[in-house]
Design a protein around this ligand. Structure first.
Ligand SMILES: *[C@@H]1O[C@H](CO)[C@@H](O)[C@H](O)[C@H]1NC(C)=O
Length: 252
């Protein structure tokens, strides 16, 4: 098992304890790794020094330098920004601390992830001036973070979409629902797309307007009945032929 990398980066001596009369004071530094893409391309490292609730000085890897937010902070920022060794260490930390750990943490989630069961159904048919409505529901997935959106003729639909939040089922699984209101056009392609940690590829579910779910179920039941009937009829016929053939071979 790989262990996460620690990033301990002392720039300031923070040994002094600050104690007021009533409450204590709080001086601290922290490192944030912030990202939202799967390939960590948008990874940002923030390394901040704060007093109580105020950030004094902060390194932002997008800017590639420190910015001071207080009189003291500005002085420190000026001082550290000139130090090539410090700057290089912080620049490298985006990879060896942030990206490295993010990959590690994500991989422990990924092997526990559970793929959502997605159902695409028609809620309302278009009638008169009222648009039709489709419902895309994803059930029983883990972890919570998921993206559900609609595509119409290759473009992401941004309007007339209503989505719920991820809802906890209470058993570690989640569900989410998204509705699309639309005026049907012939020959168009509508699909519901689901992005989740359980799949490296976006999962695309295309809407087949020719048949609704219940129609499809009826056809499936009918077809199964037909197949069963044919099998029974064939079996009966073979049985009958064998019996009658036997009778001919043994004449009374
Ligand atoms: C870091 O810098 C970028 C680029 O200027 C900026 O967009 C972003 O908001 C900054 N982050 C914070 C937390 O200040």
């Amino acid at each position: 098992m790989s262990l996460p990398k620690l990033f301990v980066f002392h720039l300031m001596l923070m040994l002094s304890a600050f104690f007021g009369t009533a409450d204590g004071f709080y001086y601290y530094f922290k490192s944030d790794c912030i990202y939202s893409t799967k390939d960590y391309s948008d990874m940002v490292l923030l390394h901040s020094y704060s007093f109580n609730k105020n950030v004094d000085v902060q390194y932002n890897s997008t800017l590639g330098k420190f910015v001071g937010f207080s009189e003291e902070g500005v002085k420190w920022a000026d001082y550290w920004n000139k130090d090539k060794a410090i700057m290089q260490k912080l620049k490298a930390a985006v990879d060896i601390f942030c990206r490295y750990n993010a990959q590690l943490y994500d991989s422990t989630i990924t092997d526990k992830s559970v793929k959502p069961k997605v159902m695409l159904s028609s809620v309302k048919q278009a009638s008169g001036r009222h648009p039709a409505m489709l419902l895309c529901s994803a059930y029983n997935f883990y972890p919570e973070k998921i993206k559900v959106y609609w595509m119409r003729d290759g473009k992401v639909v941004t309007s007339d979409v209503t989505s719920t939040m991820e809802m906890a089922d209470g058993d570690w699984y989640y569900q989410i629902h998204s509705e699309l209101e639309y005026t049907p056009k012939s020959g168009e392609k509508i699909s519901c797309v689901v992005e989740h940690a359980s799949s490296t590829q976006p999962m695309v579910y295309e809407w087949d307007p020719s048949m609704s779910e219940s129609d499809r179920n009826k056809i499936a039941i009918g077809a199964s009945g037909l197949v069963l009937g044919i099998i029974l009829a064939a079996a009966g016929l073979i049985y009958y032929k064998k019996k009658s053939a036997g009778r001919i071979l043994v004449p009374n």
